[in-house]
Design a binder for this molecule. Structure first.
Ligand SMILES: *Cc1c(COP(=O)(O)O)cnc(C)c1O
Length: 412
């Protein structure tokens, strides 16, 4: 249950002439550093504000085409990429809707909330689900995947989450995809939060359907599912007894309509696409490797700060921690909602808590996209320190912020 929280802007007694308390309103511009959407760069905001073009306008179509070309570069693929309209989960559900044939054996890999959630898509479209699950603070072990593939013999599809955002962990997708190829299974990879912030090499790793979101490490706004499809996956979609066509979930409509004939299946989300286009231009100007290094630095700083405050990280091991979010255990005796709301309403910094079964247990600081900046991490940690202090947690001011700043040096 959500606790009632006093979130009146902080009353400071620190007027320099000693004439009594005054109120500081919360900052107008919030720092959005949760699990996504996250704060965006001004150039993306400005692109979103441009008057939208009609989707049949050749100028818009050129922008759309260039957006998918840039997406292919970010996904590191020569195969097809397209943009479905709806949140990222539309692309995830569509992968199952297009690929699963009734009776197909589907291996669902579960190391967190999103992994657990994929089961219902496999089941909805007639898959026979086999599950390999680990605790939500762990990652999938490829050796265990191989055991299941060997035991089952005829697994057709494997679903895996790359960056399990609710847990702050990462799964070894590259190794799992190599096994899938060896055993003749296709992969459905949820790279919603990782694309742009951590390496996702669709062709090199041999991924079949990969889905990403614009509103996490890519630094755009929510509302699209960014999808790649391998040739093997198109073949499976086409040879189903009843290939999925003429529907919002159809990937073949995108292949045959837009990629084939340059005809949109529906009215395109023009404003969203222009925003995503700008975010991709920015990311490619920066360089993917530089973006990965920036996300890695932000994550390292955040972890150092959190540890220095005496807080505990949620993932079981350093080796499985991702660069997208830092997941922190709520200190004993404290309330997740109260911490989040105080940070938000008093100090204007928005972080996330635990999702679904993790609610009440976690705080999550997202350092994704434009928000993966060293000094933004310092702001988030500063607000966290002040908030924890306000709520009675013992700490020495600057402990977390100082450790984060020190971690900016490679040897820090
Ligand atoms: C955010 C997220 C999603 C859901 O994306 P939406 O656009 O909100 O549908 C799915 N999977 C992972 C790993 C995510 O981080």
């Amino acid at each position: 249950m959500t606790k009632q929280v006093d979130v009146t802007p902080r009353i400071s007694t620190a007027r320099s002439d000693g004439s009594g308390p005054f109120r500081i309103p919360a900052p107008q511009v919030k720092f959005t550093m949760g699990s996504g959407p996250v704060g965006i760069h001004e150039r993306v905001s400005l692109a979103l504000a441009r008057a939208p073009l009609y989707h049949q306008d050749p100028d818009f179509q050129a922008t759309f085409r260039d957006t998918t070309e840039k997406l292919r570069r970010v996904f590191c693929t020569q195969h097809d990429a397209f943009i479905m309209q709806g949140e990222a989960v539309l692309g995830l559900e569509a992968a199952a809707a297009n690929l699963v044939e009734p009776g197909d054996k589907c291996l669902n890999l579960v190391s967190g909330v999103y992994g657990a959630g994929y089961r219902r898509y496999f089941e909805r479209y007639g898959g026979q689900v086999v599950e390999l699950a680990v605790p939500y603070d762990e990652a999938i072990d490829p050796a265990e995947v191989e055991k299941v593939l060997k035991r089952e013999g005829d697994v057709k599809l494997i679903a895996v989450v790359h960056s399990e955002t609710p847990s702050g962990t990462v799964n070894p997708v590259r190794e799992i995809a190599a096994l899938a190829r060896g055993y003749g299974a296709l992969t459905i990879v949820d790279a919603v939060s990782s694309l742009g912030g951590m390496p996702v090499e669709v062709d090199d790793w041999g991924l079949d359907v990969t889905v990403a979101g614009p509103h996490k490490c890519l630094g755009a706004v929510p509302g699209s599912a960014l999808v790649t499809v391998s040739d093997r996956a198109w073949e499976k979609m086409l040879k189903k007894p009843q290939p999925l066509r003429r529907g919002y979930l159809s990937m073949l409509d995108w292949k045959e309509g837009w990629l084939g004939e340059g005809r949109f299946p529906f009215t395109a989300f023009v404003a969203n696409i222009v925003g995503l286009h700008e975010a991709l231009i920015a990311r490619l100007e920066e360089g993917l490797e530089n973006s990965f290094a920036r996300h890695d630095l932000a994550a390292r700083m955040c972890r150092a700060g959190v540890r220095a405050l005496g807080l505990e990280l949620w993932p079981a091991r350093e080796a499985i921690m991702g660069s997208c979010v830092t997941a922190i255990k709520v200190p004993a005796g404290m309330n997740e909602d109260e911490i989040k709301l105080t940070m938000n309403k008093r100090y204007g910094v928005v972080i996330s808590g635990g999702l679904k079964e993790l609610h009440g247990k976690l705080l999550r600081i997202g350092h994704m996209g434009h928000m993966a900046q060293p000094m933004y991490v310092v702001v988030a940690l500063g607000a966290l320190e002040r908030t924890l202090h306000d709520l009675g947690y013992p700490l020495k001011f600057g402990a977390g912020v100082g450790a984060a700043l020190a971690a900016m040096d490679a040897d820090g």
